[in-house]
Design a protein around this ligand. Structure first.
Ligand code: GLC
Length: 560
């Protein structure tokens, strides 16, 4: 094996299973109604049993909490609601004991307006912190442009009475943007990374990356991304800890992907694949897989060390802004027909299970797909049991309710009688019906299905590491992908149609006698027909995972 290939084996994030959670809504150990690190500690064996390899924690630092913690007022601490730095290091230690990696959110595009840096910057013109933010003497002409939360956020510049000047905020007005052109700000940003690395984290989910690296200021009409900054972050991280990574939140067009990864993989290791995400939902809504196939091809180019983060839903709205208006309307019509289910003129705020009407066949299709798209799957807590949402809560809060553990009051999340964030109660998605304890006892539950799928996914590294081909098939509502890696091939079929169908295709394997497809999830294998093609009958929303060629992966592994 070439030396470079051997070194690639070290990239832990390539074949990881990421699970995102917020400490505050996962498990409350001290009964005050808010989840905490001690509670999370007690649930680590559950996560390990599920097959998760990496936990991504949403912001847990001190914060006024006006944007779910994405408004940080102290980068070097734990919000007392969740515990102490001591609890955090207990947590990372317990993760390490179990071979689990920890990633945390890195929110450095902006601070809270309550951060001491901003308080000093606004009150003292001579403070060194004044230039850590972005100011203007007059209201900039484009102050109404570029808001991220249309309908809720009015502008990107706000007048500050104390400073008697305007400050820039890409997001809400209580989130003043940091001036990342200032080298002291960038040095601080590295210090923040270094601090958490020292406490045992393996990487960062970097928030709002295109905005972090954009030029900012009253004269900036079209922000320009300063991609070299990414290399600076990456180099620092790797000097401190060789295997630490950055996973970028960057909803960008495919032609800039390589700017983020770097042509040689010298910038960020991972990015969320928003193209696949949006086109997956279009395919789920309409059965038309053509745009998804296009997105797969468009996001194919990437350096060998880079990896996509593949996800379905996250803590934000499902952003459909990159679809055409007609495509977006089709997804709205299928999954968010009520205006109240939509958000920010571009997205859907619901959780996945209610979007798919709780239909087990469609849920399995969606997660089977997520597990077999090129990249590393990223779950959101509660996905594994099909949790729902509470649309009475404002904006994105509806999909951030506490984890449903059991049929005990408040779903076993807390002993507190009236926690500030209430568990979903009653109805099809209430904790009485949807919870971990009940599903654990039922071998056919969604939870146990998910656990089996995750286990199999870990045993199919071709998906994470390999090259892929979108196969031609006889049907437009079926996606057929083949992954090739080190003389092994895996082939996955997904039927987005509501009808059963027979799909015909060539596996692409030309070795005589090797064109058998071994089903990885059941005993039903597929032999090639006389014309060299396969003909597989798929149920409505059916899916298959096959190994091509009949030889067991482990037998072929001798090369490794
Ligand atoms: C990111 C987060 C989102 C947050 C925003 C501002 O987009 O995912 O939740 O509101 O950044 O920090």
């Amino acid at each position: 094996m070439p030396l470079k290939d051997r070194m690639l084996n070290d990239l832990w994030y390539k074949n990881a299973i990421v699970y995102c959670l917020s400490v505050g809504t996962f498990m409350d150990a001290n009964g005050d109604g808010v989840g905490d690190f001690q509670g999370l500690l007690r649930r680590l064996d559950y996560l390990q049993g599920l097959g998760v390899t990496t936990i991504w924690l949403m912001p847990f630092q001190p914060s006024p909490g006006r944007d779910n913690g994405y408004d940080i007022s102290d980068y070097y601490n734990v919000d007392p609601k969740y515990g102490t730095l001591g609890d955090f290091s207990e947590f990372t230690h317990a993760c390490r004991e179990r071979g689990l990696r920890v990633m945390i959110d890195l929110v450095v595009n902006h601070t809270s307006d309550q951060h001491p840096w901003f308080r000093e910057a606004r009150s003292d013109p001579d403070s060194q912190y004044r230039d850590w933010y972005v100011w203007s003497d007059k209201q900039p002409p484009n102050a109404k442009d570029g808001v991220v939360f249309p309908g809720v956020q009015k502008s990107t510049w706000t007048f500050d009475k104390q400073a008697k000047r305007w400050y820039f905020h890409r997001f809400y007005e209580f989130q003043p943007d940091l001036n990342t052109a200032n080298p002291y700000v960038r040095a601080e940003l590295l210090k923040i990374m270094g601090f958490w690395i020292q406490l045992g984290v393996s990487g960062f989910r970097m928030d709002a990356v295109p905005f972090v690296i954009a030029t900012k200021g009253p004269k900036v009409r079209e922000p320009v991304e300063q991609y070299d900054m990414l290399r600076e972050f990456r180099e620092f991280l790797q000097w401190r800890q060789g295997d630490a990574i950055i996973l970028a939140e960057a909803n960008v067009l495919p032609d800039t992907d390589l700017e983020y990864f770097g042509d040689e993989g010298e910038r960020l290791q991972m990015m969320f694949n928003f193209q696949l995400n949006q086109n997956t939902f279009y395919a789920l809504a309409t059965g038309d897989t053509a745009p998804l196939k296009k997105a797969l091809t468009a996001t194919r180019p990437r350096p060998a060390t880079a990896q996509w983060g593949v996800f379905l839903r996250n803590h934000d709205e499902l952003d459909l802004g990159r679809l055409t208006p007609e495509q977006r309307e089709a997804v709205f019509a299928a999954f968010a027909p009520e205006p109240d289910m939509q958000l920010y003129e571009r997205g859907i705020r619901r959780r996945l299970a209610p979007m798919l009407a709780g239909d087990r066949r469609r849920l399995e299709l969606a997660y089977s797909l997520m597990l077999t798209l090129p990249g590393t799957p990223v779950f959101r807590y509660g996905d594994e049991i099909g949790m729902g949402d509470d649309l009475r809560l404002p904006e994105r809060e509806c999909a951030r309710t506490p984890m449903q553990w059991s049929t005990e009051p408040e779903g076993g999340f807390t002993k507190h009688a009236k926690p500030p964030c209430r568990v979903i109660t009653g109805g099809a998605y209430g904790f009485e019906r949807v919870n971990v304890a009940s599903q654990r006892r039922d071998p056919n539950s969604f939870l146990n299905w998910m656990e089996r799928m995750i286990r199999m996914r870990r045993e199919v590294p071709e998906i994470s590491w390999g090259d892929f081909d979108v196969l031609r098939t006889s049907r437009s509502d079926v996606l057929a992908l083949r992954f090739d890696w080190r003389n092994n091939s895996v082939l996955c079929l997904h039927n987005f149609g509501a009808e059963a169908c027979t799909v015909k295709f060539r596996s692409g394997c030309n070795e005589p006698g090797q064109n058998r497809l071994i089903n990885l999830l059941s005993d039903e294998h597929s032999e090639e027909q006389d014309d060299g093609r396969h003909a597989v009958v798929l149920e409505p929303y059916g899916y298959r995972w096959y190994r091509v060629g009949g030889l067991d992966y482990l037998l072929r592994r001798s090369e490794i």
